[in-house]
Structure formats: structure tokens, C-alpha cells
Design a protein around this ligand. Structure first.
Ligand code: CA
Ligand code: CA
Ligand code: CA
Ligand code: CA
Length: 333
């Protein structure tokens, strides 16, 4: 069930009334499927809207084609249960696919298709404990990795994939902040921001350097996980939160304090990751004669509106190299 008018901050008296109204509207939507579809369509009014991949405790990824109920187009496993999930367009074809970051070692595992299988690319980036981020920081159409080092409250940005030295680093945020990546001004370049889980502060920058926030506002509750995406397709990324306590995803289409523009109940997951270009996952259309009885079949098996891929691949190999010189001073950081 989803609503278009749910306050993710708190439920005061006014908001309880609002929730009752929303519940009534939602009940009406059940009776009027056409109205439900119309409300769902409002989340994406452009032609190229981002969606979300939800990752469960076992690193199984449920990839949504649209932010509406029952629109998961891919359900497949990648990585180990403690890995930090990423989505990015690693091969520059317009479609985001999975990555996994092993925070204990800094190992990165990238895959170039939204199917189950082993990594297409592995390397080491950052140090144990770093938080990985994916984005197109130079606007060339290819996503690369950055890390946020909580102990330094510092971002390290790289515009190439592989072992190497970060090209840019700068301090931003405070201890305990969650890093966020997005194209907040819609100019084609991703930049970063932070969310402060204790009070819901969101502070976003439009350039890759320390400085005052270009946008700051409040959104979310303690415990929420923050991501950014272009949910309405207008070219600019805005904030969303996934609230694991109630299994609900809340998004905001403006850089401002206020109620969520849209929410979607998706169930219990470990992480939510922004997914771009997922409308191009046409390869998931099942073949005319899928072997649905063979669990080892490589054919995708259609089950209603979602598609699952049978089989389970072994985890990707661990690289042998160790921590790298991220800051470029010639020493391992
Ligand atoms: Ca891609
Ligand atoms: Ca890039
Ligand atoms: Ca930008
Ligand atoms: Ca937008």
C-alpha cells in the first residue's frame, strides 16, 4: 500500500488526521484501480525516473522498475551478507547495475548486468571502515566510486574505477553523519551531502569541496537510511529515506522541509540503493519457453509481475591487495 501524503517526521495530532484521510483515500484506491494507477504515476512525471534496489539481509537484491507496488523486475543475489550494496553505471551504457563493497577490506565487486553471477570487475578502494558511494562526479556518463571516511568526516572522490589514488578529497559533515550522493542541481555532475540521523538535518553541496550547504532542510527520523534520486524525472536528484522499522520508502521531490511527496511500502530490507536507467532492463522479459521446472536453468522465470533468476552463484573472489594510498601522499592512509 502506498500513499502520496505521509509525514516521515512524526505523527502529531494534525498528522494523525492526515493519516486517517490518507487511509480513506487509500481504501478508495483499492476500490478504484484506475485512481490507484493515476496516483502511482504521479511519482514519475518525466521520461527518465530513478527507482530503487532494496537489498535484504542475505544480499538478495529486489530491483524496482517503477516506484509502485509489485514492480520489482529483478530479484537476484550478489555479494555476502555483510557487504555494503551499491548501484552504478560502471560500463557507461545508461543502466545501473550492482556493486558490493566489503568494508572490512575495502574490496569492491562490480557487476555489469542485473542478473545473478560473479563480479565483472574487482579492486580495492579505501580503507576498512570507509563508507562507499557511487556517482558520476565528472559528468562523463560513467559512475565511479567515492568513499566517506567517518573518522575524518572526509570524502575521497575518484573518477576512474580501479586501485588508485583519489583525485579529490575534502572534509564535510560531522561525526555520525550519513553521506549522500546526487545531482542536486541537475547540471549533470554528482556531488555529495550529508544527513544527520539524530535530528533529520540534510545538507547538500553542489560542488566537490568543503563549504556551506547549498541546500539544508530536515527530513526523516532517527534510524532512517538516506539516498538521493531523480524520482520525478525533472533532472534533479532529491532525498528519500528508507525506514526499516516499518518497511516504507519515503521520497521528497524538493530540497525542503516538509511531508513526503510519496511513500511506498516495500517490506523489510537491510539497505535501499538508488537505481538509474532501470527502464532499460528489457532483457528480463522471459523467453517464450522458459524451463521453469529446472532450478539450474539460466532462463529467467516469470512469476506474475516479478522475475527471479534460478541458481546461486558463489561469492566473488577476494582480491589479494591491501589498503591503498587514497590521499595521494605516498603512504597508505
Ligand atoms: Ca551499466
Ligand atoms: Ca564519471
Ligand atoms: Ca550537480
Ligand atoms: Ca527530481
Amino acid at each position: 500500500m502506498f500513499s502520496t501524503d505521509t509525514d516521515p517526521r512524526r505523527l502529531g495530532t494534525n498528522n494523525r488526521v492526515r493519516v486517517l484521510v490518507v487511509a480513506a483515500l487509500a481504501a478508495a484506491a483499492i476500490l478504484i484501480p484506475a485512481q490507484q494507477r493515476a496516483e502511482a504515476a504521479e511519482v514519475c512525471t518525466g521520461t527518465d525516473c530513478d527507482t530503487v534496489a532494496f537489498v535484504d539481509a542475505g544480499s538478495t537484491i529486489s530491483l524496482y522498475q517503477d516506484l509502485v507496488a509489485s514492480s520489482a523486475v529483478g530479484v537476484f543475489a550478489f555479494g555476502d551478507s555483510n557487504d555494503e550494496p551499491l548501484m552504478g553505471d560502471w560500463d557507461c551504457d545508461g543502466e545501473a547495475t550492482p556493486g558490493m563493497y566489503r568494508r572490512s577490506s575495502g574490496a569492491v565487486y562490480l557487476r555489469n548486468s542485473n542478473t545473478q553471477g560473479v563480479a565483472d570487475q574487482t579492486f580495492v578502494f579505501g580503507n576498512p571502515g570507509d563508507i562507499p558511494l557511487a556517482g558520476d562526479f565528472d559528468g562523463d556518463g560513467c559512475d565511479t566510486l567515492a568513499i566517506y571516511r567517518p573518522a575524518e568526516t572526509r570524502f575521497y572522490i575518484s573518477n576512474t574505477l580501479g586501485n588508485g589514488v583519489a583525485e579529490t578529497s575534502f572534509a564535510y559533515g560531522a561525526f555520525g553523519d550519513q553521506p549522500i550522493v546526487g545531482d542536486f542541481d541537475g547540471d549533470g555532475d554528482d556531488t555529495v551531502g550529508i544527513a544527520r540521523p539524530g535530528n533529520g538535518l540534510v545538507a547538500l553541496r553542489n560542488s566537490l569541496q568543503s563549504g556551506e550547504a547549498d541546500y539544508s532542510f530536515s527530513f526523516g527520523n532517527p534510524g532512517d537510511q538516506y539516498i538521493a534520486g531523480d524520482w520525478d524525472g525533472d533532472g534533479s536528484d532529491t532525498i528519500a529515506v528508507y525506514r526499516s522499522s516499518n518497511g516504507t520508502f519515503y521520497l521528497q521531490n524538493r530540497h525542503q522541509t516538509g511531508i513526503a511527496s510519496y511513500s511506498l511500502s516495500v517490506g523489510a530490507y537491510r539497505n535501499a540503493v538508488t537505481a538509474r536507467g532501470i527502464d532499460e532492463v528489457r532483457s528480463f522479459v522471459p523467453p517464450s519457453n522458459p524451463d521453469s521446472t529446472n532450478p539450474d536453468s539460466t532462463n529467467p522465470v516469470s512469476t506474475g509481475g516479478s522475475v527471479s533468476v534460478a541458481g546461486f552463484a558463489p561469492p566473488p573472489p577476494r582480491p589479494v591487495s591491501g589498503p591503498i594510498d587514497v590521499s595521494g601522499d605516498g603512504c597508505v592512509d
